[in-house]
Write a protein that binds this ligand. Structure first.
Ligand SMILES: Cc1ncc(COP(=O)(O)O)c(C=O)c1O
Length: 458
């Protein structure tokens, strides 16, 4: 009864992010009610393993008392403090200092946002300002990678390279350019890691030459492409791209919104490739989704150029909720958890997850298994030799998500027939085994899908 009235209210009033409004009205909402550890409970009492940590953000898992207490304490003591007018709050200052200490190299300056999209958007503004301050405002062209996701702000959506974020929105802008993805499973250069790196380096060099190095402001990259289907570059790919940018005096922006905070093993994925970006965007695991927060980490060089360029003038970029004290208190509590065993548990659980997913490789539908740490995907095909994607009629995003849900599992089901995994780092061995077993059942059911069967026969 309660559930029915919620469904009606939702249908009438709640606009869901990145959804077909009309399809959603027809299907109706699924209401989540509570959660603990890696287990969600919906409003009907059904329990599900959360193989996707909400939206790859609840890295700490649900119901962590230390986070809840930190937020409650801060809500009582000081629920809001602005950073404007030279004001600040203790948790925001401490979190900035702690991030600077933990981040690679000289990423010593932190601008807080509310999430990932406005972190990316902030970098665009900071970078434009930086080049104005340097006296080279003509460096105003931005490059990112096909299949990349950098949020859905007005400007950031044009760095994103996924069709749904462009169609009907008038982006990308003429100053936003792309190079092909490393996508190892379907790379025209083949699957050899060195060949993939060489192809990406060549593509970046060609794009820079085409635009003119004196026009290129920045290159944006996710250490692992998330929303494009969990595309994992070969080791040292990031380092090679970073070297090209350095050579041409182009700012290198690592978008670690998904990969940060232990998602792939270390606190930041850049560390694995020994790369120190000029700017880094983070969000999600920063507060594990308990409250909204993102952060732009800025190198000494970028910060000092902006600071000196502005002199006594205000750098006109700010949000009311930047450096929100409750979010900052939550961020500090999350860092405590990461440093006191959660990253370690995530690495252990990640090894089990990858082993379990790799054991599914001989399933007739599994074409590729990829991932690092607690970020993984399997890509389904109807013909392994030809790597034929599932047919559009099989409606992979909807049907596979629904089957997994009915099996008590939440995963990301991408339209192209990719199943994405990003479980909380707190997962136990049983949680991981449950995710694998429920995936196996989901795959077996998908093999019985009439449209999949038709494609396999054809
Ligand atoms: C790499 C990356 N950048 C930016 C964003 C945007 O973050 P948000 O949804 O918090 O605005 C996302 C979100 O998934 C992301 O994956």
């Amino acid at each position: 009864m309660l559930s029915n009235s919620l469904i009606e209210l939702d249908r009438a009033h709640f606009i869901h992010p990145v959804s077909s409004y009309r399809s959603h009205e027809a299907t109706g909402v699924r209401v989540l009610k509570s959660a603990k550890g890696a287990t969600l409970t919906d409003i009907s009492g059904r329990q599900l393993l959360d193989g996707f940590a909400g939206l790859w953000c609840v890295n700490a898992g649900y119901g962590q008392d230390s986070i809840i207490e930190a937020a409650t304490r801060q809500l009582r003591e000081l629920p809001y403090a602005t950073g404007y007018f030279g004001l600040g709050s203790e948790p925001a200052i401490r979190l900035a200092a702690r991030l600077a200490e933990l981040a690679p190299g000289d990423l010593n300056h932190v601008y807080f946002t509310l999430g990932g999209s406005d972190a990316v958007d902030s970098t665009i503004r900071f970078i434009r300002y930086y080049y104005h301050a340097k006296g080279t405002p003509q460096k105003d062209q931005f490059i990112s990678v096909e299949s990349g996701y950098h949020g859905s702000s007005t400007a950031g959506a044009g760095l994103t390279a996924l069709p749904a974020f462009h169609a009907g929105f008038g982006v990308p802008y003429s100053w936003q350019h792309k190079i092909p993805s490393h996508y190892a499973y379907r790379n025209p250069a083949g699957s050899n890691p060195q060949a993939i790196i060489a192809a990406s380096v060549a593509a970046l060099r060609t794009k820079i030459a085409e635009l003119g190095a004196d026009r290129v402001a920045a290159f944006y990259v996710e250490p692992i492409q998330g929303s494009g289907g969990v595309l994992v570059p070969p080791p040292s790919w990031l380092k090679a791209m970073h070297a090209v940018c350095k050579e041409h005096d182009i700012l290198f922006v690592a978008d670690e919104v998904i990969t940060g905070f232990g998602r792939v093993g270390p606190l930041f994925a850049c560390e694995e490739d020994d790369v120190v970006p000029d700017l880094m965007t983070t969000a999600k695991g920063l507060t594990s989704g308990y409250v909204p927060m993102g952060a732009v980490l800025m190198s000494d060089r970028v910060y000092n150029t902006i600071a000196d360029g502005a002199g006594k003038a205000a750098v006109g970029h700010g949000y009311t909720y930047s450096a929100h004290p409750v979010s900052a208190a939550v961020g500090l509590a999350c860092l405590d958890l990461y440093e006191n065993g959660l990253l370690e548990n995530g690495r252990k659980a990640g090894r089990r997850l990858m082993e379990g997913l790799r054991a599914l490789a001989d399933h007739p539908l599994v074409g590729d298994v990829r991932g690092r740490g607690m970020l993984a995907a399997i890509e389904l095909v109807t013909d392994k030799e030809r790597k034929t994607p599932l047919p559009a009629e099989a409606d992979a995003a909807r049907r596979i998500f629904d089957r997994a849900w009915d099996n008590g599992l939440v995963i990301r089901a991408f339209a192209q027939g990719v199943l994405g995994y990003a479980p909380p780092l707190c997962c136990t061995a049983d949680d991981i085994d449950g995710i694998i077993e429920r995936t196996r059942t989901t795959l077996d059911q998908t093999l019985e899908d009439r449209d999949v069967r038709a494609a396999m026969k054809g």
